[in-house]
Design a protein around this ligand. Structure first.
Ligand code: ARG
Length: 461
């Protein structure tokens, strides 16, 4: 079989059915340039150990550079007969360098340690790209928070009005999980940058190759500690898929809020025309498709993670061909986020907030009742009684169709003698928000601190 990496012990070539099933060039071609980088590093290790003369090394590196150029401009592509990217590139190398030199490169390495390394190199690059996209989204969120320093809205629990909060506080609540996602990527990097190269098929190399040299050449920190683990584990890939799922889930929660805010009933936001879509039949429609796609794609990202974990479950050591199934789920996760994040950031950056509508709703639904109870505690009333008194005031108002600030001084006193007119200081949205100065609270000065902390945390990544 021309170009096959095996065949010596086979009397016949692969059946067409096997070839079709086994083939992976349709998706692993994306690794071509990483494979060539790996080959260059490996060639240096071979030369270092005396298996290539310095002229041979020069010839090999030159041929690999030429192959890389041919791959980049499409002069070299996978052939129908190539099983995978590794076999195709060996065929290409031999075309350029000839069989005498080209045939030497494969010593001391296996596709098992190669592929485990290449997937890391690919994921490291894309993790950096995804992090940059998240930072742009964070910029959009922080800018919106900064642009609306005084805007308040009803904070919710159980989707019911709970307590008023600053819009900036609510927006930054969506930013912090993304900051942690960035930190997760950073932590993951310390594991992803370990190099499987040199592990061979599973047992390590007998050729005395310097695996640290290869790791350094590839920008990785060190070789893996155990050659079986290096070739058989994919937890680094699964962890990447988890992080992308978590990013998707975090986006989906923000998306859901934007979808709600964009309804007629809420009326809190207007989407920019460039970041919303129309209906083919209903001329008036302006739909939050970016947010809906974010919500939908989070399911897809979870599916990728689940599929990968399922592939790994119970898989014996060391390499099994099942492991070839690790790639498409993470490729899809990368493609999904690299398209979704910029659209999402654009949608957030161009959101227009109807701050009057939000402010009008902020005190409704007795959302200041906790402020009344806490004001009573400050007057020396036990919280248990304070909760009761505030609850009675809510009941009084509800029966009469009043909001909490509307009863007269006499009516307040009739509900409880503890309810003196001074309670009115907290019966406003600004008073309520301004009083929540505890750690991580919604008071304007805390939100300003929080914004500084967030910017610093991201700057230190
Ligand atoms: N294409 C394989 C993968 O993606 C790597 C090659 C290892 N194949 C083998 N028969 N040992 O995992």
């Amino acid at each position: 079989e021309a170009g096959a990496l095996w065949g010596g012990r086979f009397a016949s070539g692969p059946s067409p059915e096997l070839a079709r099933l086994s083939k992976s060039t349709q998706f692993d071609w994306i690794f071509a340039s990483y494979d060539i980088r790996g080959s260059k590093a490996h060639a240096k290790a071979l030369a270092d150990a005396g298996y290539l003369s310095s002229e041979e090394l020069d010839g090999m590196l030159e041929a690999l550079t030429e192959l890389d150029a041919r791959v980049a401009d499409g002069r070299f592509v996978a052939a129908e007969s190539d099983e995978d990217v590794h076999s195709a590139l060996e065929r290409g190398l031999i075309e350029i360098a000839g069989p005498a030199l080209g045939g030497k490169l494969r010593a001391g390495r296996s596709r098992n340690d190669q592929i485990a390394t290449l997937v890391r190199l690919y994921l490291i690059d894309h993790a950096r790209a995804i992090s940059r996209h998240i930072m742009q989204l964070l910029d959009a969120i922080v800018s919106q928070a900064e642009a609306h320093p005084d805007a308040a809205l009803p904070g919710r629990t159980h989707l019911q009005h709970a307590q008023p909060v600053l819009l900036g506080h609510q927006l930054l609540a969506h930013a912090w999980p993304l900051v942690r996602d960035l930190e997760r990527v950073r932590d993951w990097m310390s594991r992803a940058t370990v190099s499987p190269y040199g592990a061979g098929a599973l047992a390590g190399s007998s050729l005395g190759l310097d695996a640290s040299l290869v790791a350094r050449e590839l920008g990785l920190t060190r070789p893996g500690e155990n050659s079986i683990d290096s070739t058989a584990s994919r937890d680094v890939v699964a962890e990447f898929a988890f992080i992308t799922s978590m990013i998707g889930i975090n986006l989906s929660r923000f998306a859901e809020e934007i979808i709600l805010w964009n309804t007629k009933e809420f009326g809190f936001v207007t989407l920019d025309d460039g970041y919303s879509t129309g209906s083919s039949i209903m001329p008036q429609k302006k739909n939050p498709d970016i947010a809906e796609l974010a919500r939908g794609k989070s399911g897809r990202l979870i599916g990728n993670l689940t599929g990968l974990l399922t592939t790994l479950k119970g898989l014996p050591l060391a390499y099994n061909r099942d492991l070839q199934e690790d790639k498409e789920p993470v490729f899809d996760a990368v493609d999904t986020l690299e398209v979704l994040l910029p659209a999402f950031a654009g949608m957030v950056a161009t959101l227009r907030f109807n701050t009057e509508r939000m402010a009008a709703l902020a005190p409704q639904g007795f959302s200041l009742a906790t402020d009344v109870a806490e004001w009573l505690v400050k007057q020396g009333v036990a919280f248990r009684d304070a909760h009761e008194i505030s609850g009675e005031l809510v009941r009084y108002c509800e029966q009469r169709g009043l909001e909490l600030h509307e009863p007269s001084d006499e009516e307040l006193a009739a509900v409880s003698p503890h309810l003196t007119p001074e309670v009115r200081s907290v019966l406003s949205v600004a008073g309520s928000i301004g009083s929540r100065t505890g750690a991580g609270g919604t008071a304007p000065e805390r939100v300003a601190d929080q914004q500084t902390q967030l910017t610093e945390r991201v700057a230190h990544l």
